[in-house]
Design a binder for this molecule. Sequence first.
Ligand code: ARG
Length: 641
Amino acid sequence: MTPTVCHAQNPVGASLLAKADFLSPHIHNLPAIVGKPAFATDNAQFFHQRTEAPPRLRSKEKTMKDTIRQLIQQAITQLVNEGVLPEGLSPAIQVENSRDKKNGDFASNIAMMLAKPAGMKPRDLAEKIIAALPADENVTKAEIAGPGFLNFFQNTQALASRLDAALADEHIGVRKAGPAQRTVVDLSAPNLAKEMHVGHLRSTIIGDGVARVLEFLGDDVIRQNHVGDWGTQFGMLMAYLQENPITSDELSDLENFYRAAKQRFDESAEFADRARGLVVKLQAGDAECLALWTKFKDISLSHCQKIYELLNVKLTMADVMGESAYNDDLINVVNDLKAAGLLVESNGAQCVFLDEFKNADGDPLPVIIVKADGGYLYATTDLAAVRYRSGKLKADRALYFVDQRQALHFQQVFAVAHKAGFVTHPMQMEHMGFGTMNGADGRPFKTRDGGTVKLIDLLTEAQDRAYTLVKEKNPELAEAELRNIAKVVGIGAVKYADLSKHRTSDYSFNFDLMLNFEGNTAPYLLYAYTRVAGVFRKLGKDFSEVEGQIVLEAAHEHELATKLAQFGEVLNNVSDKGTPHILCTYLYDVAGLFSSFYENCPILSAETPAQMQSRLRLAALTGRTLKQGLELLGLETLERM
Ligand code: ARG
């Protein structure tokens, strides 16, 4: 069967249609100028002059789960030696947190997993495992439950010491479970012709949240803002900029600028021709065109930068590694694919066909590398980016925070890159896709008249609404403080609402829900933090000024302590899966448990000084965990509100 190029069946082609909405459905659509345009790579290409990843070993500090896994492993080895279990078993030992304290603190289903190979009933095997468990000071007892679960009860004293150690540690006792890695985080990446709109919010804040967690765990994180800064739409903008020489201050509204340019383009054939001509000249490296393009790009990026600052997102100009940065390398990508025997001509286009990608009729789907007219595509640039990230940056892992609708594109890019040998330094690539942001009605988020919502407008409204709410609650606050609280609460609410949902689901944007002071929201958590901070303010102390040691007596203390001890595990989970909502749920649980603890276990009127110190220590650890957790989500905190 002859493979054919068919754009319509390729969802990525479809998403590109949405991207560049004039002149062409594709970004690199004009004939490639072979040769060396000297301009394209003098920007970010060399910002990251790093070579080897920092060698860091697996931390020696074990979590409770590690301890229990090891105990089980030792018991299994002993049972193998005794002939109770067959040799050659290497089960993945799973240990979970118990939901109900009555069942202990941790549970494992290992006896159920091994019952079959052992030829035993799960409960009988569970009994043998328990008998073979070595003694450990961290565990007080192990019991069989239900069909053959093993329940472990941790030693309260050991838990308290663990928390005391966390309190003394700058990193709150948190370590990465595996070796530190160099990780590329591909995030935000708006197309520069227009202003950032709501579609860019998720990639920006979810990507930033995960990047922060990775950094906290000790990874060497390289943020890459793969902005769409190349393509035919820039011809129109350059032509308009040429006619209307404006400064960046004057060009405050990119959206209007785009609209005006588009109007000129549609109205005037002469203008349209000039725009097209400028693109050709730009691609050939013409100095004047380059200057115009650079100017437009700078203005557009400074718009993005303002949004990043308002959003409290850690992105700077140095993280920009846009599509244009790879221009020089695209011809090499093509040549190398050719040399690897992967390029096939189909209807004049140069494509790669891989067996794993077929359409509904079973026909192979192409990855188009060079179009019939010589233009390059989105995939071509992404292949160059893979090479750069692996070969030059020597990343061990690359996480792509991009709309779920581009899933096929990334599967194809990753597969082609591997086939072509572009992944020279072993690098694991993961598409961290996310769902669409909808309005409260469940339909795609739009302005009242159906237009795209500018991010800046959305963020301004969030702050205004927060202002009204906070003023209602605290009319006596000074204006400047009110404004600051409104900013932290408003921006935090928008971010948290997004971060707290599983990233792969679509999500409904709803101001009323996200600004609610009850429920799993930013205002609730920010307020919970101020309560902890308030305890210390009353005493004139900060979180580090706590003496004595933690002693866990009341059930509420024990529950809060157990949760606090899970911070590291939660962060490691976020790092593995790229899902900040796990951290949100955790912080929400911590806040809830603190609240019960606070109501049931008086701190300032505790029965003894030792009890007061212990409770203060628990409060300090709660405060630090909440503050650190919120910071990792990219939320600022307030001392009072
Ligand atoms: N600019 C693209 C868009 O708006 C996202 C780029 C994501 N990153 C990448 N390496 N393709 O759809």
